[in-house]
Design a protein around this ligand. Structure first.
Ligand code: ATP
Ligand code: MG
Length: 249
């Protein structure tokens, strides 16, 4: 496989986004790569630990224009924008999204799960009552994946462990867009991308990934840099994501 290694220049200003609900994913051989959430509603993000999933999600969030529901049970975000940090909160938020989305709202909701594996009931839980909040979350996620497209509701679902449990059929069938950073094996790559290849991405190149939907391309994500006011902007659905929030390397 041809490996693309294009790096970003420092302090490059990103251009204005061409249309709402589109974001810049990164850079590829001949230019910037955009993703339009109106066309492709949901996204799976996979990659070995430390290869850039959380960074990538921060870049997305800072460009999105809509309500962000961010479920982070791993503590990757310390910006005050997290909506749920444990399974009970996750359940409340997700069930509120499934109830709200059917009211056919105009504005978009982005449901972001950073580490989908945290929504699976841990093995040590034997009683159904203990598993219930996990099962409720998984069922809400499936519903968002299945129906969200028609209700301006998007799922961005990230995991370090692309296994069939975590990326179940409902989610995979409905999330055609895959963002995949380096993975340890071709087996993991097949689950995340439906083909091998992510295991061949070079080691030590963080943020270098494969973007796949109806076509497939290698890209380099930009590096998110924290700035004052970032969380205020994200919380306000009226404010269009500004594109000068990044330092790019
Ligand atoms: N696009 C990028 N360009 C340059 N460096 C990057 C990029 N993405 C990630 N990195 C570097 O890699 C580090 C780890 O990235 P990140 O926290 O996003 O990984 P992760 O995939 O979320 O890992 P984990 O699964 O452990 O949560 C970042 O702190 C940053 O230094
Ligand atoms: Mg992370």
């Amino acid at each position: 496989m041809q490996i693309f290694t294009g790096n970003w220049k420092k302090n490059t200003k990103l251009p204005e986004l061409p249309r709402s609900n589109s974001v810049i994913i990164g850079k590829y051989e001949t230019g910037l790569m955009y993703h339009n959430f109106n066309k492709f509603a949901h996204m799976i993000v996979a990659g070995t630990t430390g290869y850039g999933k959380t960074n990538f999600i921060k870049c997305l969030i800072s460009q999105l224009n809509g309500e962000i529901i961010l479920i982070d049970m791993k503590g990757g975000f310390d910006y005050g924008i997290v909506t749920a940090t444990d399974i009970q909160q996750a359940r409340t938020e997700l069930e509120s999204v499934t109830a709200q989305m059917k009211q056919r709202r105009k504005s978009h909701i982005y449901v972001i799960v950073d580490e989908a594996g945290e929504l699976l009931p841990p093995d040590h839980l034997k009683r159904h009552d203990d598993k219930e909040p996990y099962l409720a979350c998984l069922s809400a996620i499936s519903e968002i994946a299945r129906l969200g497209r028609g209700f301006n509701t998007h799922l961005i679902y990230a995991t370090q462990y692309p296994t069939k449990d975590i990326l179940n059929g409902q989610v995979k069938q409905n999330a055609e867009t895959r963002i995949c950073f380096r993975l340890p094996t071709d087996v993991a790559s097949r689950v995340a991308l439906d083909e091998k290849g992510a295991e061949e991405l070079p080691s030590g190149q963080f943020g270098l990934g494969i973007y796949k939907k109806d076509y497939k391309m290698e890209f380099k994500a930009f590096e998110f840099v924290e700035r004052d006011g970032w969380d205020a902007k994200v919380r306000n659905p009226q404010t269009k994501g500004s594109t000068d929030t990044f330092t790019i390397e």
